[in-house]
Design a protein around this ligand. Sequence first.
Ligand code: ZN
Ligand code: ZN
Length: 357
Amino acid sequence: MKGYVFHGPGQSAWEEVPDPRIQDPADVIVRVDAVTVCGTDLHILKGDVPQVRPGTVLGHEAVGEVVETGTDVRTVRPGDRVLVSCISACGRCGHCREGVYGQCRGGGGWILGHRVDGTQAEYVRVPCADLSVHPLPGAVANEDAVLLADIFPTAYEVGVLNGRVSPGDTVAVVGAGPVGLAAIATAGLFAPERVVAVDPVPSRLQAAKEFGADAVADASEDPEQLIADLTGELGADVVIEAVGLPETFELCARMVRPGGRLANVGVHGAPATLHLEDLWARNVTITTGLVDTRSTPTLLRMAAAGRLPTRPLVTHTFPLDHMQEGYDVFGNAAETGALKVVLGVPQHEVVAVRPTV
Ligand SMILES: [Zn+2]
Ligand SMILES: [Zn+2]
C-alpha cells in the first residue's frame, strides 16, 4: 500500500510501505477513507518531535472502514465505518479509568503517527481498538467526522472545558486557526456574554466572526486594550491560547482578569516567560493539557444533529494520493487560506467559510 512516510527533518514522501497486519489481539485494521494533516505533523517534519522515528507513517486523524479485527476486539466488526481518534486508550490503566486517555500508560495515548505508523496511508493498524475507534452515525459525512478525531475535542476539552467557560463570561481566544475556531464555536455552547478572537490574519478574523466571535482584534493592534475596554478594565474571564508561541502565551496572561482562567491549547516548542511577579496575587488558574478525546461521543452526537460547524473548516480537499499537495497547501496557509485540508474525498475547493449553525 501507499503511505506518507517521515524520513527525518524536512524529508517525507508518499510511497510504497508494507501493508499493516494485526500484531495484537486488541488491534483492528482500518481502510482509510478520509484523513487530514495537523499542525502537529508540520512540527514533526520540522524536527520538533524527536521521538518520531524516521520510517514512521504520519497522521493521527482518520475516518474509514474496519477491514480486520483482532480476536479480543468487542466493539467493532469488519464493515463498520469508524472514526479513528488521535488518542488511543487501553481502558485499563489508572489514567484511562479516570477518562484521562491522553496519558494512558497501557500502550495508548498519542501513538498514531508518533510512536507507531499513523493514518496518512491507505490502511492503518489501530491498537487498543475498543476505546480508540468510534462507530460513526451515518448522518455524519467523512469530511465532518474527521474533524472530530483531534481538533474539535482538543478545542473543547483543553480550551473550553479546562477554561471552565460559563454563562456570562467574556472569553478571549488567541489564535483563529482551526483549533481556535473550534474553540470559538464550542465556547458558544455555554452562553458566554461575548467571545473575542485575536489573530494577525484578516481572513481568519473574518472566519472567527462566522464561527461566533462577537468581536475581533488584530493581534498587532493592542488586543489587551480592547479586552480592557469591553470589561471595564477587568480582563477576560477565560483566555484560550491556541497558537503556541511565547509571545501569545504572555499576551494571554496579560488579558486574564483576577480570578480568571488561562487555558493553554497551543503546542509550544520554546519556553515562555511566566510573569509570576504580576500573577502571584491575582488568583489566576493556568491549565495545560493533551486532549483525552473523552468528549468525542458527545461531539459525534452533536455533529449528527447538525449542531457543530465542522464543514466550514474544510477549505481544501484532495484525493488520498495527493498527500504531498495537501501538505503543501496546509503548510502555506498564509498564502492558500487553508484551514483544514481533507484527503480521500472527491476533489473540490470550498471557497466560502459558511458555518452550518
Ligand atoms: Zn493533531
Ligand atoms: Zn490506558
